[in-house]
Design a binder for this molecule. Structure first.
Ligand SMILES: [Zn+2]
Ligand SMILES: [Zn+2]
Length: 143
């Protein structure tokens, strides 16, 4: 899928979806942002677009974008729901405890071996997993 805002907006329109200024702005914010954002962060950023929507409006937009598989929810160990642009594939987050930067990484073989062990030992059929790494990024490490 294209990452370009205009392409995504065109595709949504072609499928008969209305593009409100809030919808467009929320989409733009999440496409441009590299790290996942909480709803509160998005509401704060919307002020730059001279938009001050009600919280429920923002949540409705987020649900819409999730439904269209343009964004997805992520939850880290603080339990807060954040949103990031949807990218195909399976990856893990690397979260810097110092600067809060969030990177993504794809792992070769990933947890295939562990999942097989779980199935064998626990007779538990794993459907998916989520795993985050918390540490110090290269920039913070240099300081
Ligand atoms: Zn850092
Ligand atoms: Zn994985």
């Amino acid at each position: 899928m294209s990452n370009k805002l205009e392409d995504i907006v065109d595709q949504l329109r072609e499928k008969g979806n209305k593009i409100t200024s809030i919808r467009r702005a929320v989409l733009e914010i999440l496409i441009k942002e590299t790290k996942p954002l909480a709803a509160g962060d998005i509401i704060a950023l919307l002020k730059r677009y001279q938009l001050e929507p009600h919280k429920t409006t923002v949540y409705r937009e987020l649900d819409f974008l999730i439904d269209k598989q343009l964004i997805r929810e992520v939850v880290f160990d603080d339990g807060q729901i954040r949103y990031e642009k949807f990218e195909p594939g399976h990856f893990h987050h690397l979260i810097c405890l110092s600067c809060k930067k969030v990177d993504k990484i794809e792992l070769s073989d990933d947890l295939d071996k562990e999942e097989k062990t779980i199935e064998r030992k626990m007779r538990f059929k794993v459907k998916r997993h989520s795993l985050e790494f918390y540490g110090v990024c290269s920039k913070c490490n240099k300081r």
